[in-house]
Design a binder for this molecule. Structure first.
Ligand SMILES: [Zn+2]
Length: 93
């Protein structure tokens, strides 16, 4: 069970609460979010947030999953991802 950043919306998601493993096409630890890394809300096969925990939006492309399975800031390694939370990005037209 690990955390990752959704490629589409930038939110913090858990690998166990979406289709992460069935969509996985390669390396995910230590790399920036890849196009196949989608949260449950952005996954067209689910299309809604799971409500297992609050959806926290983070600046896109700024977080990686570290060795401990936590989401860490790609530059500082800071695991307190919530400190970087932003408002929900506006939906794409
Ligand atoms: Zn998403």
């Amino acid at each position: 069970m690990s955390l990752f950043q959704c490629y589409e919306c930038g939110c913090r998601e858990n690998t166990a609460t979406c289709n992460f493993w069935s969509r996985s096409t390669g390396q995910w630890r230590g790399v920036q979010s890849q196009p196949w890394m989608l949260c449950s809300a952005c996954d067209p096969d689910i299309a809604k947030w799971h409500d297992q925990f609050p959806r926290v939006f983070l600046p896109k492309g700024m977080f990686v999953c570290n060795e401990r399975g936590n989401l860490a800031h790609k530059d500082t390694g800071d695991e307190n991802a919530r400190a970087y939370s932003i408002n929900e990005p506006a939906a794409k037209a």
